[in-house]
Design a protein around this ligand. Structure first.
Ligand code: GUN
Ligand code: ZN
Length: 461
């Protein structure tokens, strides 16, 4: 594979350009990527990709066009790749990473519900949200699909913080009206009207950098009434998302069938409430029959495969081959805190390791973590790869920042470099993160992120 110059044909209208020089690795599909070792990514001042290609060819194009004003940032042999897309993560759970010893339902009771109850305290919620978005940035995640908590004010604050920090998210307040501690139960009508107000305020903010997801937690903590009203609300807000959990553990599936005896399956509970369709995102989706998979495909639903979480809670194995042969779109999710890491590099590794008999290639995992996720979310016209006209969401990666990585890794074949990212990668390899052309993380500034952490540690977690 070799790269060639491509640009969108639009003349630079005199605004400043920034040119990032480095080794561009850009996903095409499950089996292919574009490989440009001496590449250039040209970004316009409004955060769009103006051109991508070999620097030698682009340089002559730009120098032939007098008046183009470009700043050049030379990243040497470092990799330039699209930012990671985390299709499922819980903001309030960053304080609970690594607390194990249980399967899903008792883990929720023991650690998660108490942690989420603390978000009624707005100043605490603000501190954790700031920490959360800083952590996403230093992990190279440029789009996350985020659960907050039931709390409207805390969710509003999370949106404000993401907006100010330049982060990109699809996010929503959780809806719950049964089977949880009193502090996390809401009146169904208030849960719906709070969600409606938040969506009206935030969906589409800053030209779509922030999008809203209606977020019923899972069938166990929702009445039929809440699910039905949520379905109506989602359908009446075109372009918004619906984000929930589906068929994660066997114990959970059994409980859903006892709570909804008239439903044919767990998925059917959501489908009857109008919660299946394009821009619905189902986390986990492990224990599904072929009829379920066909419905997910027919209705263009997206799945978030969360292998690290599935290992941690011993929930089961995502049926990757059946999902692919049914044509269902999916990407990867960290599912922090059931997933004990935010790094999507680590999630890629677990997506390979969790399959006992199938080898998932680094090429495919790289695609799933980027362009495949964007496609599942119906955002691949704007995000997920480095092509002219798309938004400049990208990361600069230096595998040698991690001591365990071979010192000469950047001299190896690109497939071997990708393999090192998948099997050795974590946040230590991220040198810088950009969202819509704006730098949201740079390694030298790491000290600031950890001082944020120290401030948060002032209180009990
Ligand atoms: N199912 C319902 N809530 C949750 C949650 O917070 N985490 C996970 N992994 N599964 C869930
Ligand atoms: Zn989850």
């Amino acid at each position: 594979m070799s790269g060639s110059v491509s640009n969108n044909g639009c003349a630079n209208k005199g605004g400043a350009l920034t040119v990032y020089l480095g080794h561009i690795v850009d996903p095409i599909d499950e089996d292919n990527y574009r490989d440009i070792p001496e590449g250039a990514l040209v970004v316009s001042s409004d955060g769009l990709i103006e051109a991508v290609g070999n620097w030698s060819e682009l340089e002559s194009h730009y120098s032939a066009n007098a008046g183009i004003n470009a700043r050049v940032i030379n990243c040497g042999q470092k990799l330039i790749m699209p930012g990671m897309i985390d299709m499922h993560i819980h903001l309030p759970q960053v304080t609970q990473i690594g607390k194990s010893g249980d399967t899903l339902l008792s883990w929720l009771e023991k650690y998660i519900f108490p942690a989420e109850s603390r978000f009624s305290d707005l100043s605490y919620a603000e501190k954790i949200a700031a920490w959360f978005f800083d952590q996403l940035a230093c992990n190279g995640t440029t789009l996350a699909v985020v659960f907050t908590t039931i709390h409207k004010e805390a969710t509003d604050a999370a949106f404000s913080i993401a907006a100010a920090k330049g982060m990109r998210a699809i996010m929503g307040k959780v809806l719950m009206d049964r089977n949880a501690p009193a502090a996390l139960l809401e009146d169904s009508k208030k849960s719906i009207s709070d969600s409606e107000n938040l969506a009206a305020k935030w969906h589409g903010h800053d030209d779509g950098r922030l999008l809203y997801a209606f977020t019923p937690r899972f069938a166990i903590t929702a009445t039929d009434e809440l699910l039905n009203e949520c379905g109506k609300l989602w359908q009446s807000n075109p372009g918004t998302y619906m984000h929930t959990h589906l068929s994660e553990s066997i114990e959970e599936v059994k409980k859903v069938s006892s709570l909804f005896p008239d439903s044919r399956s767990y998925l059917d509970v959501y489908d009857r409430s109008g919660l299946c369709g394009s821009r619905s995102v189902f986390a986990h989706s492990i224990h599904l029959d072929d009829e379920n998979l066909n419905l997910l495909h027919r209705k263009k639903c997206a799945l978030a495969h969360c292998p690290s979480s599935n290992f941690f809670l011993k929930s089961g194995i995502f049926p990757i081959e059946r999902v692919k042969s049914a044509g269902v779109q999916f990407g990867l999710g960290s599912d922090v805190a059931a997933g004990p890491q935010m790094s999507i590099f680590g999630v890629m590794k677990d997506a390979n390791f969790i399959q006992p008999q199938i080898w998932i290639s680094p090429r495919e995992l790289f695609y799933r973590a980027t362009r495949g996720g964007a496609k599942a979310l119906q955002l691949d016209d704007r995000l997920g790869s480095l092509e002219s006209g798309k938004e400049a969401d990208f990361i600069i990666v230096d595998p040698t920042l991690k001591n365990a990585c071979p010192r000469d890794i950047l001299e190896h074949e690109t497939d071997d470099i990708l393999s090192a990212l998948v099997f050795l990668g974590d946040d230590r390899m991220i040198d810088a993160t950009y969202i819509r052309g704006r730098q949201v993380f740079k390694r030298e500034e790491e000290a600031n992120a950890s001082s944020e952490l120290h401030k948060v540690r002032g209180g009990k977690q």
